[in-house]
Write a protein that binds this ligand. Structure first.
Ligand SMILES: [Zn+2]
Length: 201
C-alpha cells in the first residue's frame, strides 16, 4: 500500500462501480487529492449531502429534500409523467430530449429470474399520482428488453381505465439494448415517435 488508507479506500470504493476500472478510480481519486483547496471543499460538502439523500416522495428521484428538483419546479408540465426504470434513465431523457414534464421512477422492472415482481416496483404510487394529481399523459420509457416489455404490458393493464393517455416510446435501437447505450438522436427520435397504447382523447 503506497497511498494513505483514506485514498486506498476511495480507490477501492470507486473501482467497485460497474464500468470503472481500478486504474480509472485511482486517476479520479488522485485528481481529487491534487485539486485546489476550494474545489476539494466543494466535493467534500457534496459528499456530505449524499448522507441525507432520499427518494422524492412523489416520483422517486434522489433528493436531499422531501420533493426533488423536478417535482418542485412549477414551470414544468405537471400533467405529463414519464415512467423510467432508474433515476439514470430520467437523467438521460432530461439531458437528451429536452423533456419538460414530470417523472416516475419504478425502481426496476419485472424480472422472474431476479425475483422482482410488480409488488416490488413503485406502481401503486404512480396510480395514486394519476388519480390525485390530475395527470393526463403517461409516457412509458422502459428499455426494450424482455423485462421492460413485460413491465410495460403490466403497467398498461394497470393504467387502462384511469382516463389517461398512455404512450410507449419507440426505439431505433436493437431489441435487448438499454437507454444508456443509445445516442442522443436515437433517444430523441424514440421520444418523438412514441406510440399511443391507450386513451387518445
Ligand atoms: Zn420528484
Amino acid at each position: 500500500m503506497i497511498y494513505p488508507e483514506a485514498l486506498e479506500y476511495l480507490i477501492k470504493f470507486f473501482s467497485e462501480v460497474p464500468g470503472i476500472s481500478e486504474r480509472a478510480a485511482e486517476r479520479a481519486v488522485l485528481y481529487l487529492s491534487k485539486a485546489d483547496e476550494e474545489k476539494r471543499k466543494l466535493v467534500i460538502n457534496a459528499l456530505r449531502e449524499v448522507e441525507s439523500l432520499r427518494r422524492c416522495a412523489e416520483c422517486g428521484l434522489p433528493t436531499t429534500d422531501v420533493l426533488c428538483e423536478v417535482c418542485k419546479d412549477e414551470s414544468r408540465d405537471r400533467e405529463t409523467v414519464c415512467v423510467v426504470e432508474q433515476p439514470r434513465d430520467a437523467a438521460i431523457i432530461e439531458k437528451q430530449v429536452g423533456y419538460k414534464g414530470l417523472y416516475h421512477v419504478l425502481g426496476g422492472v419485472i424480472s422472474p429470474l431476479e425475483d422482482i415482481g410488480p409488488e416490488e416496483l413503485n406502481v401503486n404510487s404512480l396510480v395514486r399520482r394519476i388519480k390525485e394529481k390530475g395527470i393526463k399523459t403517461v409516457i412509458i420509457a422502459l428499455n426494450p428488453t424482455v423485462e421492460g416489455e413485460a413491465t410495460a404490458k403490466f403497467l398498461l393493464n394497470k393504467l387502462d381505465g384511469l382516463g389517461v393517455n398512455v404512450y410507449r416510446i419507440a426505439y431505433g435501437l436493437p431489441y435487448g439494448a438499454t437507454m444508456d447505450m443509445a445516442d442522443e438522436l436515437t433517444i430523441k427520435k424514440a421520444f418523438e415517435d412514441r406510440k399511443l397504447l391507450c386513451g387518445g382523447k
